[in-house]
Write a protein that binds this ligand. Structure first.
Ligand code: SF4
Ligand code: SF4
Length: 351
């Protein structure tokens, strides 16, 4: 099928005739405000100047990172990568950035442009750009980051297959359903865009959360039906998987369009919960309350999850009470929601 035929099948918004984009909360309102990239690029023509601020840092020279500004002549179809190549060829030969394939395959050119994680080889240049290195990974120089801590973390989570039965020889028959989740995770190009975007990883040592990219690597194996390794303890203790708050920031920026939360992290959470339910008091309490009331009750959740340990943080509980965050009267006398039948059917369905 020709590319023209493929393009004509692209889903478009009936009202604006713009391509329908994936879910991304930050794009809401852009069409109405004429603030889309397409609208901005309409105002650019060959030879116009685009302004670029690049975050620079060289540990041998700089105490702190700083921004440098460049003026770059625009040419049609210019990518962020072309802008960087122009700067390093014509303006600042020691600018450091990393890229290999230039075609969305190797994942090495991920960086932040105007606050959003993108692949430089795939993102269009904008009239005004602030380019920064990825977050949550050490910066080696300028836009080049150190991938070693991420690679070591992935290795510590045993991202390889342990077969429960001997290899039957090629070809191994699989149904689509059996490989659906693992094959999505296999699209990962290890660009670390999701890792940079994750707010929980950004909290540093506050949690032991491994982050979305390492979990996608584990998911490639753990969600494969041939894998027999018991990964539940590692997922809970080493990867801190239940620290993920399902905010979907990782999915919004993934250039491979992997359903990181619904297709990888949630199935891995379910796998860990199934094997070690007794080690997850918070999740157990959550389920029990929903099953009984059809809604979450914050005070009951805290009491069930913490038990007698709650006495140690009595001051905090009183502060929550005074601020109306918890309501013991509602906990003791509140009724279940109407339509509890729906909730029971859901529990029965996902049993
Ligand atoms: S959904 Fe989970 S992994 Fe993804 S960005 Fe949010 S906290 Fe991080
Ligand atoms: S899951 Fe997506 S964003 Fe994250 S490393 Fe893989 S390809 Fe990049």
């Amino acid at each position: 099928m020709s590319s023209i035929a493929l393009a004509s099948k692209e889903k478009r918004n009936e009202r604006t005739d713009l391509p329908v984009r994936r879910r991304d909360a930050r794009r809401i309102g852009q069409v109405e405000n004429h603030d889309t990239l397409a609208a901005k690029l309409n105002n650019l023509k060959d030879g116009d100047t685009i302004s670029v601020r690049v975050k620079r840092f060289d540990s041998s020279r700089d105490a702190e990172a700083h921004f440098e500004s460049f003026a770059v002549p625009y040419s049609k179809w210019m990518r962020v990568l072309d802008v960087l190549i122009y700067i390093s060829d014509e303006l600042e030969s020691d600018l450091s950035y990393r890229w290999y394939c230039g075609s969305k395959m190797c994942g090495t050119c991920a960086m932040r442009v105007n606050g959003r994680e993108v692949l430089a080889c795939w993102a269009a240049a904008e009239p005004e750009m602030t380019i920064e290195p990825l977050r949550n990974v050490p910066v080696v120089r300028d836009l080049t980051v150190d991938r070693q801590p991420y690679e070591q973390l992935v290795l510590s989570l045993t991202p390889w297959l342990e077969r429960g039965s001997p290899y039957p020889g090629f070809p191994e028959p699989f149904t689509h359903k059996e490989m659906k989740l693992a094959s999505k995770a296999l699209d990962c190009i290890s660009c670390l865009a999701c890792y940079s975007a994750c707010p929980v990883v950004g909290l540093g040592d506050v949690t032991n959360f491994a982050g979305p990219a390492p979990l996608v690597q584990v998911g490639q194996m753990a969600l494969d039906r041939r894998d027999s390794m018991d990964r539940a303890r590692d997922l809970i203790e080493r990867a801190g998987i239940f620290s993920c708050v399902s905010c979907y920031r990782c999915e919004e920026v993934c250039p491979a369009e992997i359903p990181i939360v619904s297709g990888v992290i949630e199935p891995l959470k379910a796998l860990a919960y199934k094997r070690l339910p007794e080690e997850l008091p918070h999740q157990n309490a959550f389920l029990k309350i929903i099953r009984r009331r059809g809604r979450i009750d914050p005070s009951e959740l805290v009491m069930r999850a913490q038990g007698l340990l709650l006495l140690r943080s009595l001051g905090r509980a009183i502060r929550l009470l005074l601020r109306g965050k918890i309501d013991p009267i509602r906990t003791l006398f509140g009724r279940p929601i109407q339509d509890m039948g729906h909730i029971r059917r859901m529990f029965h369905f996902f049993k």
